[in-house]
Design a protein around this ligand. Structure first.
Ligand SMILES: [Zn+2]
Length: 145
């Protein structure tokens, strides 16, 4: 009669169960790997969503800051900067699209928007009185003689 030691019995059981346990472990590892890959792609999607939301919040904050610095004073909007200076802003572009398009000085308090091409006349605009070209003289001036 052969005597088996307890450790040999254990080793026999371990050897018999090693292969099925290894297979079970491989299946578990494959499932865990699958979940890891899935959670990584979810994480990337969440990071992208977070970035997009941050961009939206930043844009809305910039819009609010801009609105706080645009003031209506007929006939223009004025864009104030932090240094207390102001720039004339096109009313049409601001009212339609909230674009703070700065007006360009055309002289004689006439201002042009390079975006919509509108002209605006400031309070210091003086209507020219001297006629030039074919209307230099009034067409009925000959009657005065
Ligand atoms: Zn404009």
């Amino acid at each position: 009669m052969q005597r088996l030691y307890l450790s040999e019995i254990h080793m026999g059981i371990v050897e018999k169960l090693k292969k099925p346990f290894t297979l079970v472990l491989r299946v578990i590892n494959a499932k865990l790997y699958e979940k890891l890959v899935s959670s990584q792609s979810e994480n990337l999607a969440l990071q992208e969503e977070k970035r997009a939301l941050r961009d939206t919040v930043r844009q809305q904050k910039e819009k609010l800051d801009l609105r706080a610095n645009v003031v209506w004073e007929k006939p223009f909007y004025w864009l104030k900067d932090g240094a207390g200076k102001s720039e004339r802003v096109c009313p049409k572009c601001w009212d339609s699209d909230e674009k703070p398009i700065r007006l360009q000085d055309k002289g004689n308090d006439v201002w042009e928007c390079l975006n919509c091409k509108n002209l605006y006349y400031g309070p210091n605009y003086v209507r020219p009185t001297n006629r030039q070209g074919p209307w230099q003289n009034h067409p009925f001036d000959f009657l005065k003689k």
